[in-house]
Design a protein around this ligand. Structure first.
Ligand SMILES: Cc1cc2nc3c(=O)[nH]c(=O)nc-3n(C[C@H](O)[C@H](O)[C@H](O)COP(=O)(O)OP(=O)(O)OC[C@H]3O[C@@H](n4cnc5c(N)ncnc54)[C@H](O)[C@@H]3O)c2cc1C
Length: 584
């Protein structure tokens, strides 16, 4: 094994391999026997469900977590990818929410996931002389201070006021008349899909039974009480039962549907609000910092993302297909129009490499404007045996998870220890700094460029050693993927053997971000990805062809939907291709 972790052997336990999925399914089935029930079954493999699994298992409970599609395939791979308090919530005077989120930001950067969550600088351009600077300055000062007073260090540098010249130096592509000065402040960012898989892996490492592509189709009842769930394996169609003392429903925008399987009493109502993002190459404009821009309804972020920018977002009600929210031409124009207000050289459709859309799970309120609904979460216990957690935001997933598990354990007979996830680093966090410091030597030993090792370290932390190990054994895996030079063939193998990827779109969309970062959206990479995955998963030629065909159809449907004028026509175009169903 390569010595990237500074001497220690990296523990590969917690690998989400095809074998571990099969073993988890067997363990879940075994709970149907009398006396073998789980303490907690978590439904939903987004960030909240994953967090709840880790929270529960590290309290010493027996835990299962099931996800209907792929880990993080819902909202948790489609966010702005910011770990932030949310400056605009300050304006809504929601200090408690901001402080809680900033505390989580500090924990994630410093303890839980330093390999995945990192500080990112933003400029807040000021457009009016005199009044605006003191007003915004006071807000950002409070933001920085709330981060400090939360009992942890902020983990990011303090803000700074910039003159007009200073602003132009930081962001030379800003239009001269778009600002009179600015304030630079720091927040943090994460690859949202990657963090979720990492949390699930860490939960599995501590003993949780984790399996994706298992859909809850019903809940088991004894009288009023929920005592488990009926699951359908989406890979082979098998239906089986899992029993648990408590079931935690963490299904985000699907909460209404999953809750309705049990009760129509005391329901949490969750509303879906669509937000879209554009991905453009980093060289389309010059700036060393991200931007936060005010819009009529909310804010627009321009976020540095490796060799790209992510620009978004929008905020509109969505009542159509929740599995594949579609960005329409109108959404794309909205984002382009707003960002172009501040850029010297306007961006056009030709500059857009990728587009993605996600649905915010908002607690339904009376307020008509989704942008004004609070992002706070709610935990409910509508019937004995079932806890529902919904709302919130990515940044505060750990708190949501803790609150949900607290609620579930309150109903248990035995005393359960309190949450300890604030002290638990995710897999790959331990040894990350040492591995980063010796990256040049690791690169030399592995025979790859140091930039490659840096890229891997930022994705796998100290588990990078496991990826480099694959290359040491099979040097051809050091080849970059066609049309997606940032990613190596070894990462496809690792995604399949360690990160639970089961289909080509899991790898192209979530384990890597090729579907939004590559000009061809992964079209030239897909045959190689299918070949590498097929060898591990034992696909026949027909299965491999079907995976490729399905992915290409999906890319086409997404492109077509993005040319449609509105939500309805975009949804109809995207609906042309459903989730892949394996050959049975
Ligand atoms: C455009 C946009 C930008 C955002 N930006 C940010 C940001 O920058 N920072 C931030 O903090 N937050 C942000 N958020 C909010 C954040 O992304 C969400 O709050 C969070 O990801 C929700 O996670 P979740 O686990 O509740 O839901 P999800 O990630 O949707 O997970 C729910 C899971 O349940 C599964 N499921 C559904 N039904 C079943 C069933 N019957 N059986 C089994 N599984 C089932 C689904 O497949 C899904 O994977 C943003 C949201 C959007 C839409």
């Amino acid at each position: 094994m390569s010595n990237i972790a500074g001497g220690s052997q990296v523990n590969s336990a917690g690998a989400l391999s095809p074998e571990s999925r099969a073993a988890s399914i067997e363990a879940l089935k075994a709970t149907a026997e009398a006396g073998k029930e789980l303490d907690i079954l978590i439904v939903g493999g987004g960030v909240v469900g994953a967090g709840a699994a880790l929270d529960a298992v590290t309290r010493g409970l027996t835990v299962g977590i099931v996800e209907a599609r792929d880990w993080s395939s819902g909202t948790s791979s489609r966010s702005s990818k910011l770990i932030h308090g949310g400056l605009r919530y300050l304006e809504m005077l929601d200090f408690a929410l901001v402080q809680e989120a900033l505390q989580e930001r500090g924990l994630l950067i410093q303890t839980i996931a330093p390999h995945l969550v990192r500080p990112v600088p933003f400029l807040y351009p000021l457009t009016r002389r005199f009044v605006e600077r003191p007003y915004v300055g006071a807000g950002i000062m409070l933001y920085d201070t709330l981060g400090l007073t939360s009992g942890h260090s902020r983990g990011v540098p303090m803000h700074r006021h910039l003159t007009k010249r200073g602003t132009l130096r930081a962001a030379p592509s800003l239009k001269d008349d778009a600002f009179v000065g600015s304030i630079r402040y720091y927040d943090a960012q994460v690859d949202d899909a990657r963090l979720v898989v990492n949390v699930v892996r860490t939960a599995a490492h501590y003993g949780a039974h984790a399996a994706n592509r298992l859909r809850v189709v019903d809940f088991l009842r004894e009288g009023e009480r929920v005592v488990g769930a009926k699951l359908e394996n989406q890979e082979d169609g098998e239906v089986f039962e899992v029993r648990a003392k408590q079931v935690v429903n963490a299904t985000g925008v699907w909460t209404d549907e999953t809750q309705a399987m049990v009760t129509d009493r005391g329901q949490l109502k969750v509303r879906a609000s669509k937000g879209i993002h554009l991905v453009v190459p980093r060289d389309r404009f010059q700036s060393t910092v991200g931007l936060i821009l005010r819009t009529e309804k909310s804010v627009l972020f321009v976020i540095p993302w490796g060799r790209h920018w992510i620009i978004g977002t929008t905020d509109t009600d969505w009542t159509l297909d929740k599995a594949h929210p579609a960005a329409s031409s109108k959404d794309i124009d909205y984002v382009l129009e707003h960002v172009n207000r501040v850029l010297k050289r306007p961006l056009t459709r030709e500059d857009v490499e990728g587009v993605y859309a996600g649905l915010r799970p908002l607690l339904a309120g009376d307020n008509d404007s989704t942008a004004k609904l609070s992002r706070e979460h709610v935990v409910a216990h509508p019937v004995p045996g079932l806890v529902v957690v919904a709302g919130g935001k990515y940044t505060t997933y750990r708190v949501m998870a803790k609150d949900a598990v607290d609620e579930a354990t309150r109903a248990m007979d035995e005393r359960v220890p309190p949450s300890c996830t604030d002290t638990i680093p995710l897999l790959g966090a331990e040894g990350f700094k040492a591995a980063w410091n010796r990256r040049a030597r690791s690169a030399e030993e592995a025979g790859v460029h140091v930039a490659r090792v840096e890229h891997l370290l930022n994705r796998y932390g100290s588990m990078t050693a496991e990826v480099l190990d694959l290359i040491a054994r099979q040097p051809e895996l050091a080849e970059p993927l066609p049309g997606a030079d940032d990613y190596l063939a070894a990462e496809v193998v690792y995604a399949t053997t360690h990160e639970g990827a089961r289909h080509v779109h899991d790898v192209l969309t979530r384990r890597t971000r090729i579907s939004i970062e590559a000009w061809d959206r992964g079209v030239s990479a897909v045959p190689v990805v299918a070949k590498l995955m097929g060898e591990i998963l034992g696909w026949s030629d027909t299965q491999r062809e079907s995976e490729i065909k399905h992915y290409l159809a999906r890319v086409e449907a997404e492109r077509l939907s993005q040319e449609q004028p509105d939500d309805e026509s975009a949804d109809a175009a995207r609906m042309g291709v459903d989730d892949i169903m394996p050959l049975r």
